[in-house]
Design a binder for this molecule. Structure first.
Ligand SMILES: Cc1cc2nc3c(=O)[nH]c(=O)nc-3n(C[C@H](O)[C@H](O)[C@H](O)COP(=O)(O)OP(=O)(O)OC[C@H]3O[C@@H](n4cnc5c(N)ncnc54)[C@H](O)[C@@H]3O)c2cc1C
Length: 476
């Protein structure tokens, strides 16, 4: 049986960032993930906003990790080579009540350690974002807010962790946990392992993992959210927020690192696992977006999708602590929004909890904090592109025309560690299928390449997780 010092259950953005944080030390770390790939839970279906940190209630766990996480993104993006932009954001006020909310948010943000917060007038609003509604009477300007591709963060962190020795056990759903031999015996759908300590970062599965270990009991609710993606803009939008509700930041319009516009997100309690999109939610998104940006051309929508936030019933906060009931068991539960923004700081927090728990963490001599990101052909100048094509003809075969992704990038995505094993896994790693036609043209080519590189038939190739085969028989 494989033995580890630390097993992290859950390979979402949080589990992968924790793995990256711990892989710098001289300990055996593994990430145990139920799905066939990392970042397949909430981490692939969210707005990608690195919120500034003025929204959480002071003293809450969210407040402790949001502002710090937002700050760490500059360093993490440089070390790991993922795209991160920090354009700042505005919360728009449309009446006196909203205006009072801005004052409250500003005071809250200052307590949470967010720097640079300022209330600005309509003139300044339009200097900062000319497309913001002219009906806005004031705004809270937060220079710290940014955005990322959330799955790119998870993948980059995982690749760096793997390069520093961490294992990634995908297709390993944890089914049982028993305290044994001063640690835990963990049964999974693909065999068992032993770990001295466990980090429960299982997202929407965290209540079940806690129950298996005999740790704290809590109920999770699935606070579902729908999101719209619009085609690219020449100038991506600065994130524009309405004033928040008690459970949600409201419908936000934001740019992305690739220039698309995202309208995110609705919030409704739905059946766990529901990732359907709803007409009512779509209407709320369109109405909310047009209030912030009346000129937004909603005919430019290219995709709608949904995800679920793991909310602990009765606790509008993260639950990050050493279990009071089970020694060696670290809870990283209830990671709803702002889990993306907080992930690097959650990883640091977990390191501290492991040390308190007695884990001995010495930095390894060969620790490599830098990850070399894959080549993004589209971003190269014409001479550099030509040089690659001369060396290897796969650079000259464009698979995804919307995003200019050559076959060489698809092949690299499959052979990285941990590499893509599905069409969606390829898409998350190199953007083939992410563009305007949403894989209408390139999906069959990606299936073909996956089959060739993974040595299977096109009928075996998955769209995403188990059972999602696309091709049912020979194709022309
Ligand atoms: C609509 C929406 C919009 C959002 N927008 C933002 C935003 O703009 N900014 C922001 O900061 N946050 C946002 N969030 C929140 C953010 O998406 C989450 O906080 C974050 O993705 C949580 O990451 P995670 O790693 O904890 O969970 P997940 O990504 O869900 O990962 C948990 C993993 O655990 C695995 N797992 C579960 N059970 C088991 C088991 N038994 N064995 C093994 N593995 C298991 C799952 O397969 C999954 O891969 C949004 C969320 C939603 C739904």
């Amino acid at each position: 049986m494989q033995r580890y010092d630390i097993a992290i259950i859950g390979g979402g953005i949080v589990g992968c960032c924790i793995a990256r944080q711990l892989a710098r030390y001289d300990v055996n770390v593994t990430v145990v993930e139920a799905a066939n790939d990392i970042a397949c839970g909430s981490s692939k279906a969210n707005g990608g906003l690195v919120h500034g940190g003025y929204d959480p209630k002071p003293e809450s766990m969210k407040a402790k990790v949001n502002a710090r996480g937002c700050e760490l993104y500059s360093q993490w993006s440089q070390e790991l080579g993922f795209a991160f932009e920090r354009p700042g954001s505005m919360v728009l006020a449309f009446n006196d009540e909203d205006r009072r909310t801005l004052d409250r948010l500003r005071a809250q943000g200052m307590k949470n350690g967010v720097s640079g917060l300022a209330i600005v007038d309509p003139k300044r609003i339009h200097e900062l974002e000319p497309r913001a509604s002219e009906m806005a009477v004031a705004a809270l300007w937060c220079p710290q807010t940014g955005y990322v591709d959330p799955f790119d963060v998870a993948i980059s962190a995982a690749e760096n962790a793997a390069a520093n020795g961490a294992d990634f056990l995908r297709d390993h759903k944890v089914t049982q946990i028993a305290a044994k031999n001063d640690g835990f015996e963990v049964e999974t759908s693909a065999g068992s392992l032993w770990a001295r300590r466990i980090v429960n970062a299982a997202g929407n599965g965290c209540a079940e993992i806690s129950r298996m270990a005999g740790a704290e009991k809590f109920n999770l609710v699935w606070r579902q959210g729908n999101i719209l993606v619009l085609d690219r803009e020449v100038h991506p939008y600065m994130p524009l927020y309405p004033t928040p509700t008690p459970v949600s930041k409201g419908v936000i319009v934001t740019g992305t690192v690739h220039g698309n516009t995202v309208v995110t997100a609705t919030a409704a309690i739905r059946e766990p696992g529901d990732t359907d999109t709803y007409a009512d939610d779509m209407q709320k998104l369109l109405d909310g977006a047009q209030k912030l940006v009346p000129s937004l051309d909603t005919r430019r929508v290219i995709r709608a999708f949904a995800g679920g936030r793991a909310v602990i019933d009765g606790l509008n906060d993260f639950f990050i602590r050493r279990s009071a009931l089970v020694p060696g068991f670290i809870q990283v539960a209830g990671i709803q929004s702002p889990g993306v923004a907080s992930a690097p700081a959650i990883a640091q927090k977990v390191e501290g909890l492991l040390r308190e728990d007695g884990a001995v963490l010495h930095e390894r001599a060969d620790y490599q904090p830098l990850r070399r990101p894959p080549v993004d052909f589209d971003q190269l100048d014409i001479d550099a592109q030509d040089e690659l094509i001369q060396k290897d003809h796969f650079w000259g075969k464009i698979v995804c025309r919307c995003e200019t992704v050559p076959e060489a990038e698809v092949i690299a995505a499959i052979h990285r560690t941990p590499g893509a094993v599905s069409v969606e896994g390829v898409k998350r790693r190199c953007r083939a299928g992410m563009g305007r036609c949403q894989s209408g043209f390139c999906q069959s080519r990606v299936v073909e390449i996956l089959a060739r590189e993974l040595n299977c038939t096109p009928e075996d190739v998955l769209l995403e997780d188990a059972g999602s085969q696309i091709v049912s028989g020979p194709v022309k």
